[in-house]
Design a binder for this molecule. Structure first.
Ligand SMILES: Cc1ncc(COP(=O)(O)O)c(C=O)c1O
Length: 459
């Protein structure tokens, strides 16, 4: 097989038909090796903020092999199994003691979809079947199923041409420093929505407590969380947190929720839970959510084939062991602020860098138009793709998002190193990323020239 694979050379249905996909053969720690011998520094935990322990972790591989040897799969409609039971127990004792129960899924979209249904079931069981509406901030990513895609609030960049299939949820503009630094505007929008619809029709507010790909490392100001908690209590809707990325230590605490002045009723986790060794995610809920079902129909009958299967749960247990034994969440909490300082220092003076954000080992860089240092870069440039390509040429894996057409954010770059990255590796990531941005800056300055903001078209 060739070192890069193009659409016309493969039976795979690729995501982007014009992209030549490098062929990765193996991984070791934060290094990826291509079939033609290139060595790529992985600053994004496998590209999707997943491999929080790095690649090739023996303890996890051995746990997976041993479980597969014993029994890999059976359906949890009929049975339960030790790894599922133990992992659930560990999650509600070590990771989230405030939570009462855990329901496993294979991926983040499934977990979020399950959370939407659990919130709805909670109200139905309590005799409030009229509650179904979900409100969420725009400029998010919650998954690619219809239910979760509807939550993202990104009509142009994500939802077209599937809008007809999507439930009509309400969205608030995100309370970013650019749009709404105090969070008051988002709360006023929330109040407007509540005033427009019957407050008794609202089931849940659904959001990322710390955003991942769509607005990396962004979290609304405290005022917003206080106001949301107060309204959730007043109107009786649930708060659901999507911690598919931010959970499992990524931001320096087991859950991002633990750092915020609000108590979500339902939380989803994923990515770092299986750490890339098995597809694994979970929905956690507080006791009152379980109690509603327990005191009602006593069924929450929803399941996917792989939910709670022995193999992924054994992997989750091994991942949790490594995280706790090596005190990796502490490391992320202690090392994260310095990593942010180092990144800021390396990017200082760049005319295309706006805000540089960081929470633990989740970092985000906002790209801006050098002509005013504030506007989004021209849509046509698709700077996000340029960043990823330049970085790759410099031997670095980062992940960027281009959601300019929706108007809430421009090009954003995400770095999410493995928690096990050494200081030397983190320094190399920062150095290679600064070189990437310097190269992009030259390109952008050449493209935008002296034309006024908003007039550039890429040839
Ligand atoms: C915050 C967030 N939620 C949900 C998802 C969806 O997860 P999955 O791709 O496993 O369905 C993602 C995926 O990137 C995500 O970043």
């Amino acid at each position: 097989m060739t070192a890069t694979v193009r659409a016309e050379q493969t039976a795979v249905f690729p995501r982007f038909l014009d992209h030549a996909y490098p062929n990765i053969e193996r991984g070791d720690g934060v290094w990826l090796f291509t079939t033609d011998g290139r060595k790529i520094l992985d600053a994004c935990s496998g590209g999707a903020m997943v491999t929080c322990l790095g690649h090739g972790v023996r303890e996890v591989i051995e746990a997976a092999a041993s479980q597969a040897n014993q029994i890999a799969y059976y359906y949890n409609h009929h049975f339960t199994n030790r790894p599922q039971e133990q992992l659930a127990e560990r999650l509600v004792t070590v990771v989230a003691p405030e939570m009462a129960r855990v329901k496993f899924t294979s991926g983040g979209s499934e977990a979020n979809e399950t959370a939407i249904r659990l919130a709805r079931a909670y109200h139905v069981e309590r005799g409030q079947p009229q509650r179904w509406r979900v409100i969420s901030p725009a400029q998010a990513y919650h998954g690619s199923t219809f239910g979760t895609l509807a939550l993202s609030g990104r009509r142009r960049s994500l939802q077209q041409p599937y809008e007809s299939y999507l439930p009509a949820y309400f969205h608030l503009a995100p309370a970013t420093p650019r749009l709404d630094p105090t969070g008051e505007r988002a709360l006023a929008e929330l109040d407007d929505i509540v005033a427009k619809v019957d407050p008794d029709s609202i089931s849940a507010f659904f959001c990322e407590p710390v955003s991942a790909a769509a607005l990396p490392a962004y979290s609304p100001p405290k005022r917003f969380w206080d106001g949301l908690q107060e309204r959730a209590t007043r109107y009786g809707f649930l708060v659901c947190f999507d911690e598919i990325v931010s959970g499992m230590g990524r931001v320096g605490s087991w859950l991002a929720a633990h750092e915020l002045p609000i108590e979500p009723d339902i939380v989803t986790i994923g990515k770092g839970l299986g750490a890339g060794y098995a597809p694994l995610a979970a929905v956690l809920c507080r006791a009152h959510v379980l109690d509603a079902i327990a005191g009602g129909s006593r069924e929450f009958d929803l399941g996917h084939t792989w939910d709670g299967a022995p193999l992924p749960c054994a992997v989750g247990l091994a991942v949790l062991d490594v995280l706790t034994e090596r005190r990796l969440v502490d490391r992320v909490r202690e090392r994260g602020p310095r990593l942010l300082d180092e990144l800021r220092a390396a990017l200082k003076g760049s005319s295309i860098v706006g805000e540089v954000r960081g929470r633990g080992f989740l970092l985000g860089v906002e790209l801006v138009d050098p002509r005013d240092g504030r506007s989004f870069l021209p849509d046509e440039l698709d700077a996000a793709s340029l960043v990823d390509d330049i970085a790759f040429d410099l031997g670095l894996l980062v992940s960027s998002t281009h959601s300019t057409p929706d108007g809430y954010a421009g090009d954003e770059v995400l770095l999410a190193p493995a928690y096990t990255s050494t200081d030397a590796e983190l320094a190399q990531m920062v150095e290679r990323f600064a070189a990437t941005i310097a190269s992009l800056e030259r390109m952008v300055l050449h493209e935008v020239g002296r034309q006024p903001v908003g007039t550039v078209h890429r040839p």
